[in-house]
Design a binder for this molecule. Structure first.
Ligand SMILES: NC(=O)c1ccc[n+]([C@@H]2O[C@H](COP(=O)([O-])OP(=O)(O)OC[C@H]3O[C@@H](n4cnc5c(N)ncnc54)[C@H](OP(=O)(O)O)[C@@H]3O)[C@@H](O)[C@H]2O)c1
Length: 253
């Protein structure tokens, strides 16, 4: 029996990358885990198989978080099929295209803000009645080290993550009285599909592993190293931790 035994977790972006690693880590700790994803059915099925290989029960929900109705439908399905929710992890994410403010397409801005900022607000709001029912609930937002750095050519992504963090800090104060813990995890570069595309676009490097030697501790951060921080934050070991932002970048920034 893991420490999360009896708790249900929902992980957005749980089909791949950091979200998948979080889903599996929470399953290893005893939670039943549902993952939400946008379109990659095969990847979601692989995550569910990994959750079950970890000895827990897994579920997959196709639901795009940038769509208000999809968020409400997802919340209704979780309520109807499980009747509870204890842990919500917002890991769904997309990169922006690397344009300057001058050249950013308004449609891209809307899309990126939808996934990182508005979607987490809509989904959290729709799930609040369930989360409030739990004696202890946890909401973890996967942000990025980008907030506070604000490099050029990343406007939509940085704006999305800044708004996401504002939501997290606000929610933490509003919901503490309902037993909710709200925390932010802010990774640097992580070895996922998104990380791979990022190094290709910014450094012209085809294999992210070529960044290992130049990275802290001799390797690019793995999704599991981010997941280990999330599993700590939602555990009994973090029973008095809320409204915090934990940077997971090996001390780069
Ligand atoms: N990788 C990095 O270097 C890095 C660094 C800092 C922060 N982050 C943040 O970490 C989080 C996870 O990133 P990752 O590297 O794991 O990315 P990833 O490997 O590209 O996976 C992205 C995940 O998000 C899902 N997703 C994308 N848009 C969605 C939407 N509209 N609705 C629901 N699900 C959606 C994808 O589902 P489908 O498979 O169905 O498309 C997939 O499961 C993101 O929020 C990202 O901003 C990543």
């Amino acid at each position: 029996m893991g420490s999360l035994s009896g708790r249900l977790a929902l992980v957005t972006g749980g089909s791949r990358g950091i979200g998948r690693a979080v889903a599996v880590a929470l399953a290893e700790d005893g939670a039943e885990v549902a993952v939400a994803y946008r379109r990659d059915d095969d990847a979601a099925a692989k995550t569910v198989a990994a959750i079950e290989a970890a000895g827990s029960r897994g579920h997959a929900y196709r639901a795009s978080v940038d769509d208000l109705d999809a968020c409400r439908d997802l919340a209704a399905r979780v309520e109807a099929e499980h009747g509870r929710l204890d842990v919500l992890v917002h890991s769904a994410g997309i990169a922006s295209r690397g344009h300057s403010v001058a050249d950013t397409d308004p449609a891209e801005l809307t899309r990126v803000l939808g996934v990182h900022a508005l979607g987490p607000h809509h989904l959290t709001q729709a799930l609040l009645p369930l989360l409030r029912r739990a004696e202890r609930s946890d909401v973890v937002f996967v942000s990025s080290v980008i907030t506070g750095i604000y490099p050029p050519f990343s406007g939509p992504y940085a704006m999305g993550k800044a708004a996401m963090e504002a939501l997290a800090h606000t929610l933490a104060k509003e919901e503490r009285g309902h037993g909710m813990h709200v925390n932010i995890v802010a990774p640097g570069l992580v070895d996922t599909d998104m990380g791979q595309r990022l190094v290709r676009a910014t450094l012209g490097v085809d294999d992210i592993r070529r960044q290992d030697a130049a990275s802290p501790y001799g390797h690019v951060c793995s999704p599991e190293e981010v997941a280990d921080v999330v599993r700590f934050l939602v555990s009994d070991a973090a029973s008095y931790v809320t409204d915090q932002r934990v940077v997971v970048d090996g001390g780069t920034f």
